[in-house]
Ligand binder design. Structure first.
Ligand SMILES: Cc1ncc(COP(=O)(O)O)c(CNc2co[nH]c2=O)c1O
Length: 416
């Protein structure tokens, strides 16, 4: 049988080959929270600190020139990875959350006025809701929420009907970190533009898992995080159309983002520097560049195809476990369901479930609200368990998870 992508890539992830305290082998199924890092990424970060660590952009010596070249090369790699038209459309941030806040506090404050509408879905991550609540308090703009359909996916028809000449911004996820649903971004972007609105896409759960082409999608802003795509924590990025970024005032003030500083005013650098105040996460950005090299070597279409198949294998096996209810659309109800399942087991709290899976079986899943409390309330639940896969997972991982889940349910039922 052909070697699966999961098996062929696992040797690159030393962390996956360990046993947990009770002696079980680790089964890592929490990739929607953060991915693991291949040796090539770890080596790239180590090599930076070991061989050419230096501050970037204004140093006039060999190390600084090398560090600057590698940092800017990382930016070019991100731009090419999402098919941005130029690397200056990529702003490095700490993470996706900061990238969304950058748009809120720069574009938002200078473009939104009372009664303007920001259209958001109930399924958004807190980082795509709270910044706009804070901005609403400052500008008087109002949030309009789009509900789910009976298939537990965002109601795209309702979204289209919610748009009006009062809509100034649409903020939506590409892939839900809870429902595993995939939104038709290209269509939504066209509808937004037809009403004169801008669109920001939270691509945290899509950029690591599929081909994302910002020019084809037609988005104005798109955000993602390095740590979900085999890169280090501490760095993420905002993509913004160059003409929009050029119109935006700075987000944070300090070094790097200026052109000239006087006592009574300053002039600012062009994007992306305008939005990168202070010393950036140089080593981490270089690590993100190495992650993009690694993912590109495998191929995002190959990763996506493998994950759709493995995700459906997870869904179909999990669905058969007595008492399990999975949230979001079934594979038959959606195109390319993401490789994650949020679920609950009747009579069992997800945290008890996740704790037993971890301590008895070495299976790492997540439990809680996954930074989507409005979505959980909408679904009528406080919390859920979530198993989320990446390309280095295998069918054996899924089989181990299902066996452990059966045992866990049996254990708790024995007390009833
Ligand atoms: C859809 C989505 N948007 C935004 C974020 C925020 O990313 P950050 O700025 O890098 O933190 C996450 C992280 N999601 C999760 C983090 O932990 N469990 C999760 O599901 C996410 O899944």
């Amino acid at each position: 049988a052909p070697v699966s992508l999961g098996h062929s890539t696992r040797p690159d992830f030393e962390i996956l080959h360990q046993k947990v305290p009770n002696g079980s082998k680790l089964v890592y199924l929490d990739n929607a929270a953060t991915s693991q890092k291949p040796s090539a990424v770890i080596d790239a970060v180590n090599n930076y600190y070991r061989s050419y660590n230096s501050n970037v952009h204004r140093g006039i010596h060999f190390l600084s020139a090398r560090a600057t070249d590698e940092y800017e090369m990382a930016r070019k790699k991100v731009a090419a990875f999402i098919n941005a038209s130029q690397s200056s459309e990529i702003v490095f941030t700490r993470n996706a959350t900061e990238a969304i806040n950058l748009v809120a506090y720069s574009w938002g404050i200078s473009n939104l006025k009372p009664k303007d509408e920001i259209v958001v879905t109930v399924a958004e991550h807190h980082s795509a809701i709270v910044p706009w609540q804070l901005l609403s308090e400052k500008t008087g703009a109002v949030l309009k929420f789009v509900s789910l359909t009976e298939d537990e996916v965002p109601d795209v028809k309702m979204l289209q009907e919610t748009l009006s000449n009062k809509t100034k911004l649409v903020v939506v996820h590409h892939v839900s970190n809870v429902l595993a649903s995939v939104l038709p971004i290209k269509e939504i972007a066209k509808w937004a533009h037809d009403t004169g609105a801008r669109i920001l896409v939270d691509a945290c759960q899509s950029v690591p898992h599929m081909v994302v082409d910002v020019q084809d999608l037609g988005v104005d802003f798109l955000v993602a995080s390095s740590h979900k795509m085999c890169g280090p924590t501490g760095v993420g990025f905002l993509y913004g159309k160059s003409e929009i970024l050029a119109s935006m005032p700075p987000f944070l003030g300090g070094g790097e983002m200026i052109s000239d500083v006087f006592l009574d005013h300053s002039t600012y650098a062009d994007p992306p520097s305008r939005f990168e105040a202070g010393t950036p996460a140089i080593g981490e950005a270089i690590g993100l560049g190495a992650a993009i090299d690694y993912l590109s070597e495998i191929g995002m279409q190959k990763i996506h195809d493998y994950e759709v198949e493995l995700g459906n294998y997870l869904y179909e096996n999990l669905r058969k476990v007595p008492g399990v209810g999975i949230y979001g659309p079934a594979p038959s109800q959606t195109v390319d369901r993401a490789a994650l399942c949020s679920f609950n087991v009747e009579g069992l709290h997800p945290t008890d479930l996740a704790t037993f899976l971890d301590q008895q079986h070495g299976v790492a899943i997540r439990s809680g609200h996954h930074c989507a409390q409005p979505l959980h309330r909408y679904l009528g639940i406080n919390a859920s368990a979530r198993a989320s896969l990446y390309f280095y997972n295998t069918k054996e991982d899924v089989d181990d998870f299902i066996r452990a889940l059966d045992d866990t349910i049996g254990f708790f039922n024995s007390f009833k």
